[in-house]
Design a protein around this ligand. Structure first.
Ligand code: ZN
Length: 116
């Protein structure tokens, strides 16, 4: 009977290892997803920071002539910036602003059309 007990223990252990292996697989999948998401967010953050720096520089050089040119020029420039951001593959709509875009987004497009 002792042999049978050992055999049962081994097969119990085997099924536990199987479960653990499955859990490990799930964790690996989640890790891969998180790494990918992290990569996306880093890239997006980098992109937005660059843009922000760029905008700040522009704003500083533009602020002196704004007083002469009035608001129309500022609105036009804002539109160009948003259109460029959209062309570069980012959402500019309220729903997903700043996140990477794979396909055309109707919200973004209608937003752009409204601004024209
Ligand atoms: Zn959008």
């Amino acid at each position: 009977m002792k042999k049978k007990a050992i055999f049962e223990q081994v097969s119990h252990l085997e099924s536990q290892i199987g479960e653990l292996y499955e859990q490990l697989g799930d964790l690996k999948k989640q890790l891969a997803y998180l790494l990918e998401e992290n990569q996306h967010l880093s890239l997006e953050n980098h992109h937005l920071r660059q843009r922000l720096d760029h905008e700040n520089e522009k704003e500083q050089t533009a602020s002196s002539r704004d007083s002469k040119q009035g608001r129309g020029a500022v609105v036009g420039e804002g539109y160009d910036n948003l259109a460029r951001l959209y062309e570069e593959g980012f959402h500019i709509c309220n729903l997903h602003f700043g996140s990477p875009r794979d396909e055309d987004c109707l919200f973004c497009l209608s937003f752009l059309n409204k601004q024209k």
